[in-house]
Design a binder for this molecule. Structure first.
Ligand code: F6R
Length: 239
C-alpha cells in the first residue's frame, strides 16, 4: 500500500483530486467509485473547481456510489442520493443517466442488491474507487463482523456507526439502522483504490490498516489484498 501523509485536510483533498483529475485526463470515459461522508467533501470541492475552470470534465464519466441508507427517500436530505447531488453532481457537467447509487426507495432490498451488483459487473471496470474509513475500520457499510460479504447486500449498522453519523441528523434515533452496501469483493474489483482518512478519530482504524494484518474485525484491512491502494491521510490520522 502506498501511503501519503499530508499536513492537513486541504492538502489531502488536493492530492486525491490530483489523482482523480489525472485519471479523467487520461480517459474521459472513466468509471469512478464514490463515497459519501465528511471525508471526501474537500476532494469533491476540488474536482468541482477544476471542472468549472475547464481542467476536467465529467461529461462521459460513469459513477457508482458505495452505499445508501435503506429504506430512505431520495428527497430526504440525509440520503446519499441527496448528498451526492448536493456535494458533487449538481455542480459538474455529469450526465445523471451515468450516475449509479443503490436505490434506498426500492421495494425489495435483495432484488435491488442483485440489480446493483449486476450493473457494476456489466460496466467497464471501476478505474478509481474513493473510500473513507469508519472509526471502527468499516469501508462502505461493511461493518466489523465475524464474516464479511463479498457482494452488494443489505446490512445493519453498528452502534458506533449510528453514533458517528448522528451528527448529520436531528437526533440519534433518526439515523437509519440498515443500509445497502457494496461488499468487500465489489470494492476490490476496482483497478485502483484511494482510501482517505483525516482527524485523530481515525487513528486506530488507520493503524489497523497499516499493521499488515487482515481481520474482519477491521474490514479496511482487507485492502491489503489489493495491489493498487493509496492511503492519503493527514498527520492527525497517521500514527
Ligand atoms: C460512505 C461510506 C462510509 C464512510 C465512513 C467515514 O459512503 O461508505 O464508509 O466513508 O463512515 O465517514 P466520514 O467520512 O463521515 O468520517
Amino acid at each position: 500500500m502506498r501511503v501519503i501523509v499530508c499536513k492537513d485536510y486541504e492538502e489531502m483533498s488536493k492530492k486525491a483530486a490530483d489523482i482523480v483529475a489525472g485519471q479523467l485526463a487520461m480517459n474521459p470515459k472513466s468509471v469512478l467509485g464514490l463515497a459519501t461522508g465528511s471525508t471526501p467533501v474537500g476532494t469533491y470541492k476540488e474536482l468541482i473547481n477544476r471542472c468549472k475552470d475547464g481542467t476536467i470534465s465529467f461529461k462521459d464519466v460513469t459513477t457508482f456510489n458505495l452505499d445508501e441508507y435503506y429504506p430512505i427517500k431520495k428527497s430526504n436530505s440525509q440520503s446519499y442520493d441527496y448528498f451526492m447531488n448536493d456535494n458533487l453532481f449538481n455542480h459538474v457537467d455529469i450526465d445523471k443517466a451515468n450516475v449509479n447509487i443503490p436505490n434506498g426507495e426500492a421495494a425489495d432490498a435483495a432484488e435491488e442488491c442483485k440489480r446493483y451488483e449486476a450493473k457494476i459487473a456489466s460496466s467497464p471496470q471501476v478505474d478509481i474507487q474513493i473510500l473513507g474509513i469508519g472509526q471502527n475500520g468499516h469501508i462502505a457499510f461493511n461493518e466489523p463482523e465475524e464474516e464479511l460479504y463479498s457482494e452488494t447486500h443489505l446490512t445493519g449498522l453498528t452502534d458506533n456507526t449510528i453514533e458517528a453519523n448522528a451528527r448529520f441528523f436531528e437526533k440519534k434515533e433518526d439515523v437509519p439502522t440498515t443500509a445497502l452496501t457494496m461488499g468487500i469483493g465489489t470494492i476490490m474489483k476496482a483497478k485502483k483504490i484511494i482510501i482517505l482518512a483525516n482527524g485523530a478519530a481515525k487513528k486506530d482504524a488507520v493503524a489497523a490498516l497499516l499493521s499488515g494484518k487482515i481481520t474482519t474485525a477491521s474490514p479496511a484491512t482487507m485492502l491489503n489484498c489489493h495491489n493498487d491502494v493509496v492511503l492519503i491521510c493527514d498527520e492527525a490520522a497517521y500514527n
